[in-house]
Design a protein around this ligand. Sequence first.
Ligand SMILES: Nc1ncnc2c1ncn2[C@@H]1O[C@H](COP(=O)(O)OP(=O)(O)O)[C@@H](O)[C@H]1O
Ligand SMILES: [Mg+2]
Length: 334
Amino acid sequence: MNPVLEVRGLSVEIPTASATLRPVRDVSFDLHPGETLSLVGESGSGKSMTALAIMDLLPRQARRSVERLRFLGEDLAGKSAGEIGRLRGAEIGMVFQDPMTSLNPVYTVGNQLMEVYLRHKNASKREARERALFLLDKVNIPDPALRLCQYPHQLSGGLRQRVMIAMALMCGPALIIADEPTTALDVTTQSQILDLLRSLQREFHMAMILITHDLGVVAHFADRVSVMYAGEIVEQASTDDLLERPMHPYTAALLDCIPVPGSSRHGGKLRSIPGVVPLITSGDQGCAFRRRCDHAQDVCKNAGIAMRELSGGHKFRCVLLPQNSADVAMKNHA
Ligand SMILES: Nc1ncnc2c1ncn2[C@@H]1O[C@H](COP(=O)(O)OP(=O)(O)O)[C@@H](O)[C@H]1O
Ligand SMILES: [Mg+2]
């Protein structure tokens, strides 16, 4: 089956007075129809910047380079700003962390939902209103006709996030990019919203990129995971493989920070990773995690740490042979 999205060698550079920042470095992944891929990592890992780079929504001073960027087989990298603009909101739906910044406070919920549909589809106002009512009902908002006439501030945080999801689905997208969609919500609402996203994704056969800092969310909702650190994907695997057999010390450290249900690693003491994610500039080389890594050695300072691959598509970017690797077959050695 052809992938919905193919990303190869995606990088972002931001020139500043003192150095060139490299918030996204050589990111590659495929997303298949109906699949949920999670981008996970601490705050500042470059997850949002990766999503913005795919959508061509980077800050003005940022420069993107990419070897291959295809959506439903079509080259995105060569498209004009106008063409990408037409895809966003129509073929690709986006849900962000804070619905208050994405919803316009001066227009009613109904106006904003209908506007998306009218902009992208050759439809009448009546059809747009019917579509909005249908989707408000789909995202379990009681009394959709009343909500259509209300303004964003009249809705709770949870309801606003449901409206954002409805808006992302208005035009029947093939791909949803959800960037920390529940981080601003309380825990009960979080799981309701994630359950909702998952059931809608199945019903409408959409692929999803789920961006989160929370491995607990990954464990419940993702089919595959890309772990990001300092702008780079350091490990990529099916969710089960990643939780059972983390190969990169950063993934292992993240797992030790969080009680993951169903993982053989729970039961031990929870810890935190000391220090913060570094900002990588063009002069830096070697493993970006080495200063926080319990296993770091001299070899970790070397440039160009390649991805290594196990059977089953499990990849990781570490030169050390992990402790639990004795019984796994390496596909290639770096
Ligand atoms: N407009 C900007 N200019 C310069 N650096 C930025 C800008 N936006 C984000 N960054 C930096 O890029 C890095 C990645 O940020 P981001 O993608 O937002 O991380 P995440 O979403 O994983 O928390 C961070 O170090 C952040 O400080
Ligand atoms: Mg972010």
